[in-house]
Design a protein around this ligand. Structure first.
Ligand code: EPU
Length: 417
């Protein structure tokens, strides 16, 4: 088990390249199951969740090869199993995309209830509602079993704006007979990316990025090459780290439009944010102003940036209120921040943060992926040394986080225990 050790107080300076988007990659790789041919997927982030989904699909008969560190060759034409290995599926949340992809290709899928970060209850009822609307019979007792004679296009109205359900129903519908309309869908950049990937392979999907997605079922998808978009959340994490350390960072290889809610919040707290074509420069401020934040589906402030902004606001001049409106329970990491001297009271889905002058280094844990990112930011800001344990959570979604921070001048290292 590794840990990250940070000696805080260094202002970060320099340039950082952002990797491909985790939440696009973990959907696009299983989406290749629907393709009758070879997919070359570029800009794949080198993170644990990608290796897990690749391992699961290889176990099921897919031929997958890394052509280089960031390029995957995926050939699912010889895939012969519709049942995903339970132990591996439970390692990650996004394994639920196997359901939509297998159902779409084979009219049959068996996938255990997925694992991933624990934010309270994480139902998949909207995914199942969508599969049923397309004509599948679905049972869900520990293992989700879905099957259909054939899938037929239909209308689905999602009761909750869900990233996973939007993508999963889209996956199941691309090869279905006839037309499907999915309403009240999520609009995150990775949803558009998955639709663009499928369209590049021959699907007919319109409206991704709006509230309504329309899909005309096609007979088959052919192979092709596709490059994954940059990771909005990794970019936001580095932007916040620049503001938190009073540094000056150019965050490169990003789509600035995806960062608008984060940029706006950083300007509100006093940072200087400059947008370039495919980069954003963030210059921190000596005094971080307090601010209120409410997490919302895109284009609102991302829930996956909530711990990072709370870390930053913990040293703001005044009281900030952060409201989590996507997940029931996403403040587990706050106990760890308190060990570092943060003054934060959590009441249900709201955190009231009374800014303190500075955080103090401590021994803490990454309670989940983004909580872990929040702890690294806290460590970069704190006086003294912070040891972050349980960093396997961070490795799920950030590529060599400590190396990227080190290149920006942070005193940070990974230590094997
Ligand atoms: N929900 C339901 N029923 C469903 C599906 C979702 O009630 O069938 C609820 C959830 O309980 C939650 C809300 O709807 O309260 C939104 O959940 P959503 O389905 O959008 O989340 P997800 O698809 O499971 C993805 C990301 C998460 C990110 C959320 C919200 C992936 C693999 N995961 O999860 O990312 O927090 O969207 O943006 O794409 C992360 O990267 O750290 C992470 C947790």
């Amino acid at each position: 088990m590794d840990k990250i050790v940070v000696c805080g107080g260094k202002k970060l300076h320099g340039e950082v390249n952002i990797s491909g988007a985790k939440n696009a990659a973990v959907a696009i790789i299983p989406a290749a199951i629907l393709v009758d041919g070879v997919c070359i997927i570029e800009n794949v982030p080198n993170i644990r969740d990608v290796h897990v989904i690749v391992g699961i699909m290889e176990h099921m008969g897919a031929k997958i090869e890394f052509l280089d560190k960031y390029t995957l060759k995926v050939d699912c034409s010889c895939m012969d199993k519709q049942t995903a290995p339970q132990e591996m599926v439970r390692k990650m949340r996004a394994s639920y995309y196997l359901l939509g992809a297998l159902l779409g290709r084979f009219n049959k899928a068996e996938v255990a209830m997925p694992g991933g970060c624990n934010f309270g209850s994480r139902p998949i009822d909207q995914h199942i509602k969508g599969f049923r609307a397309l004509g599948a019979e679905v049972s869900c007792e520990g293992i989700v079993k879905a099957s259909a004679k054939e899938l037929v296009g239909s209308s689905v109205y999602l009761d909750i704006v869900s990233v996973g359900a939007t993508i999963n129903v889209m996956l199941a519908a691309v090869l279905a007979k006839g037309n499907t309309t999915i309403e009240n869908v999520a609009k995150e950049p990775h949803i558009v990316d998955v639709a663009n990937f499928l369209n590049a392979m021959g699907a007919d999907i319109k409206g991704a990025g709006t509230d309504v997605i329309k899909i005309r079922g096609v007979e088959k998808l052919k192979g092709g090459t596709y490059s994954i978009i940059p990771d909005q959340i990794e970019a936001g994490t580095f932007m916040i780290a620049a503001a938190a350390t009073g540094g000056d960072i150019l965050v490169k290889n990003i789509i600035p439009k995806h960062m608008e809610s984060v940029s706006a919040k950083l300007i509100e707290i006093g940072a200087k944010v400059t947008e370039l074509d495919d980069a954003i420069r963030v210059v921190g401020t000596d005094v971080v102003k307090n601010a209120n934040v409410k997490t919302l589906p895109y284009p609102g402030f991302p829930t996956d940036m909530q711990p990072q902004i709370v870390s930053l606001l913990s040293i703001a001049s005044g009281t900030s209120i952060v409201t989590e409106s996507v997940w029931d329970s996403r403040f587990q990491y706050v106990d760890e921040l308190r060990r570092m001297g943060a003054d934060i009271r959590v009441d249900g889905k709201t955190a009231v943060i009374n800014g303190v002058n500075r955080l103090e280094g401590a021994v803490v844990s990454a309670t989940d992926l983004r909580g872990g990112a929040g702890m690294v930011i806290a460590g970069l800001m704190a006086k003294g040394t912070t040891e972050i344990h349980e960093i396997q959570h961070i490795d799920r979604g950030y590529e060599k986080m400590e190396e990227k921070f080190k290149a920006l001048g942070a005193d940070i290292r990974r230590v094997s225990e």
